[in-house]
Design a protein. Structure first.
Length: 71
């Protein structure tokens, strides 16, 4: 007999991994644009994101960079 919940859990894990990958990809894009002298509002408009998402992504990238430098 097949356990249907195992398939659901595997799908959830795959979706979580996919979402994490998509978030990291978006954060890389967002993180490279301030170096091009773009404002958060300009980045948000260019990537069709909310400005608060851009702000959060920039902050997350800065934290990640600072953590990697400290190691």
């Amino acid at each position: 007999m097949h356990n249907l919940s195992e398939g659901v859990n595997n799908n959830n894990n795959n979706n979580n991994n996919k979402n994490k990958f998509e978030i990291e990809e978006r954060r890389r894009k967002v993180g490279s644009l301030p170096a091009q002298s773009m404002t958060e509002t300009e980045i948000a408009q260019g990537l069709d994101l909310d400005q608060s998402t851009v702000s959060r992504d920039i902050k997350a990238r800065r934290i990640a960079i600072n953590l990697s430098v400290c190691e």
